[in-house]
Design a protein around this ligand. Structure first.
Ligand code: ATP
Length: 231
């Protein structure tokens, strides 16, 4: 039969009080795709990612990963995630943290490869609670990669990075995406989405208002990307 999609949202809705953070979302992501979720502050990107990871339950509709419930895919070690979250407060070193996470997955990447991909070789012996914002972000990327997940989910992965760290990050993400892995990242920046994703999904007020290649979206006159650019 047909291989299940990596990600499948069907009529997904999630409200917080009166706010419909995700307001009826249908989205299919095939295996091997690199997809950008593009939207302004409050568009619903983080909420969509929470639904996808099973961290929040939809009020209506369904969200599946690899043809089953999110929890199953997460438990099977198919998913790695880098979320927007507070800094680590534990006293472990970067190496200890990455090794701990890797040890919970059935088929992790070698530690040296993770440190190299995340560009944190020189931080391996440092305590995770004593890193800068940008360094912390690179460690969170390492944590997301450590289990060698089939689906890598990155919520605003470049937010605190300087220009050089961004360049290195995107190069690593590309390297990781090769070989049939699926990547979903959220961003505020059209250019990042355009350059680094195969496909852009534009969210506005919890709805998908455009979905396609950057090329296609640029050429749809009066399209959502144009509106996004001007906003
Ligand atoms: P940003 O780019 O700022 O991270 P976003 O696109 O990720 O934004 P969400 O964080 O998903 O957007 O928020 C979508 C809407 O849902 C916003 O109006 C937000 O205020 C609201 N919201 C999200 N999480 C909660 C929550 N836990 N409680 C109340 N409202 C929430």
């Amino acid at each position: 039969g047909r291989a299940a999609r990596a990600v499948s949202f069907t009529g997904a809705v999630k409200s917080y009080g009166a706010v419909r953070a995700v307001a009826g979302m249908d989205l299919e992501i095939g295996r091997g795709e690199t997809v950008a979720l593009l939207g302004r502050n409050g568009a619903g990107k983080s909420t969509a990612i929470s639904l996808l990871l099973g961290l929040a339950e939809p009020d209506a509709g369904t969200v599946e990963l690899f043809g089953g419930p999110s929890e199953r895919a997460v438990r099977a070690g198919l998913v790695g995630a880098m979320l927007q979250e507070a800094r680590a407060v534990t006293r472990v070193t970067v190496r200890e943290l990455v090794a701990f996470v890797a040890g919970r997955y059935p088929d992790p990447l070698p530690l040296a490869e993770v440190l190299e991909l995340a560009g944190i070789g020189e931080l391996a012996g440092r305590r995770v609670d004593r890193l800068s914002g940008g360094q912390t972000q690179r460690v969170r990327f390492a944590v997301a990669l450590a289990g060698n997940p089939s689906l890598l989910v990155l919520d605003e992965p470049t937010a605190a990075l300087d220009v050089e760290a961004r360049r290195a990050f995107w190069e690593s993400m590309r390297a990781y995406a090769r070989g049939g892995r699926t990547v979903l990242f959220s961003t505020h920046y059209l250019e990042e989405a355009d350059v680094h994703a195969d496909r852009i999904v534009v969210l506005d007020r919890g709805r998908i208002v455009a979905d396609g290649t950057g090329e296609r979206l640029r050429h749809s006159a009066g399209g959502a990307l144009v509106a996004f650019d001007l906003a």
